[in-house]
Write a protein that binds this ligand. Structure first.
Ligand code: PLP
Length: 512
């Protein structure tokens, strides 16, 4: 690599990215490729609704491209000769950007936030620049050591129990995603119990979570070989604000025990994906303890809020957990990917995941004097991800990071008030962090109880290109989710989004 060419091209790329951010509000938030974010309505709902909703005709023209559009625009094979950087930029502008959903737009309110920041960028650039593969301590000692230090700093900011620090039997590690985090702890828990109960007991192992737990738990069970009939998805409802009730868990465990099964893993969530519900960690943790189960806490999205003293109580009870995960790449200004996982007993992970081929052997590892993160994760290779988190922590500082979280929660409160001030809408689940779940109330005699009405409302606001939101279903109701957390979002964006929602609701209600 020619470093002068790198300097020249990288400056151009930084200019390109900076200009993108400058112009980001001018793009339609949702990609312009037809397909949208909505599933098809079920045929029964199509039939059930007799309301003459305005058919989506003119607005269909908004979609510039059909699925597969890029294949039409790019050549069939890679170039034989080097091309010009300016030509690549032209293609990015004309062919790639229309197919991008602008997750960093201040008008992005869908799914969950996926933060970037100047500090996160710089760390990511440096990591790409070094491009080291720090699977073992010896492969680049600073990579492992910085990761341990930064995860200890973070654990202290969250006031996690000391057992999660690297100074004891536990420690933190950066995984790519919360899905990988839950998989590795499930494997550790599985192997720990099998050692006790015998290898042949796999078919008896039972995993518990709620119907609001992220689907990552189900995927982890599929990979870990947990028998599908032993994956317990416990019911929640509006009466518990969609949190898992301890008595529901106890009852399920008792039933399984009576059948000779072995309860061994519980996943609780702080900030569920659909409505940001918070499971009661302390009570659930106590039950896990009685039954000697591994207790995992998934705070992928909402964990960031717990660096603020006033929100820390949401993870009270984490003292009982065996593992805790939160994604710094969601709501913590750290570019994807950076999922933080802490365990109390690192030896459980290592026992499950370590291999020791000749070509990786070295004195430091053999003497057990260092941490080799290859034994805490699925792949061998690993990026120097702690750099970006370190940069975020250093260039913002705890106080600014707390203000950042508080500002989003304040905006969510304001949005909630706007909803409450319009009697045509209702809040569907209590707001705890910066996610507001609401819906448009159906007119009297609406045959599908507002399902199709809200589906159409979401479709209309997303097609407008002005904002992008997503949905969920709670207690059979189609619910709109307004997730605040993009770094560039200000009050004016929230107010403008509300205006889009109100205007589209007026059009829909007029036609119903
Ligand atoms: N857990 C929760 C509570 C989430 O909200 C999400 C993402 O939406 C996940 C897990 C999965 O995150 P990841 O993409 O990091 O696997």
């Amino acid at each position: 690599m020619d470093s002068e060419q790198l300097r020249e091209y990288a400056h151009k790329m930084v200019d390109f990215i900076a200009d993108y951010y400058k112009m980001i509000e001018s793009f339609p938030v949702l990609s312009q490729v037809k397909g949208s974010s909505l599933p098809s309505l079920s045929p029964s709902l199509e039939k059930a609704s007799s309301s003459p909703y305005p058919p989506p005709t003119v607005r269909d023209l908004w979609w510039m491209y059909q699925p597969g559009y890029l294949k039409e625009l790019l050549p069939d094979s890679a170039p034989c000769k080097p091309e010009n950087l300016e030509d690549v930029f032209d293609d990015i502008r004309q062919k790639i950007i229309p197919g991008i959903t602008h997750w960093q737009s201040p008008d992005y309110f869908a799914y969950y936030p996926s933060n970037s920041s100047t500090a996160g960028f710089l760390g990511e650039m440096l990591s790409a620049g070094f491009n080291i593969i720090g699977f073992s301590w010896i492969a680049s000692p600073a990579a492992t050591e910085l990761e341990m230090i930064v995860l200890d700093w973070f654990a202290k900011m969250l006031k996690l129990p000391e057992q999660f620090l690297s100074t004891g039997q536990g420690g933190g590690v950066i995984q790519g995603t919360a899905s990988e985090a839950v998989l590795v702890v499930l494997l550790a828990a599985r192997d720990k119990i099998l050692l006790k109960a015998g290898r042949k007991s796999l078919e008896k192992l039972v995993v518990y979570c709620s119907d609001q737990t992220h689907s990552a738990m189900q995927k982890a069970c599929q990979i870990a070989g947990i028998f599908p009939e032993n994956f317990r998805v416990l019911k929640t409802d509006s009466s518990s604000n969609y949190a898992l009730l301890p008595e529901v868990l106890s009852e399920a465990i008792s039933k399984d025990l009576s059948f000779g099964l072995i309860p061994f893993f519980l996943c609780a969530t702080v900030g569920t994906t659909s409505s940001a519900a918070v499971d009661p960690l302390l009570k659930l943790g106590n039950i896990s303890k009685v039954h000697d189960m591994w207790f995992h806490v998934d705070a992928a999205h909402a964990g960031s809020a717990c660096i603020c003293p006033e929100y820390r109580h949401h993870i009270d009870g984490v003292e009982e957990a065996d593992s805790f995960c939160m994604n710094a790449h969601k709501w913590f200004l750290t570019n994807f990917d950076c999922s933080l996982l802490w365990v109390k007993d690192r030896s459980a992970l290592i026992q499950s995941l370590s291999t020791n081929p000749e070509f990786l052997k070295n004195k430091a590892s053999q003497e057990n004097s260092v941490v080799d993160f290859k034994d805490w994760q699925i792949p061998l290779g690993r990026r120097f991800r702690s750099l970006k988190l370190w940069m975020v922590l250093r260039l913002y500082g705890l106080e600014n990071l707390q203000s950042y979280i508080r500002e989003h929660i304040k905006l969510a409160e304001q949005f909630e008030q706007l909803i409450s001030s319009d009697s045509r809408f209702e809040i569907v689940a209590p707001r705890t962090f910066s996610l507001v779940c609401f819906r448009l109330l159906p007119p009297l005699y609406d045959q599908d109880d507002g399902y199709k009405l809200n589906y159409n409302l979401l479709d209309a606001v997303n097609r407008s290109g002005k904002i992008f939101m997503s949905h969920t279903v709670l207690s059979g109701k189609f619910v709109l989710r307004f997730a605040i957390g993009a770094p560039l979002t200000e009050e004016r964006h929230v107010v403008a989004a509300w205006k889009v929602l109100q205007d589209e609701a007026t059009i829909l209600l007029r036609g119903s």
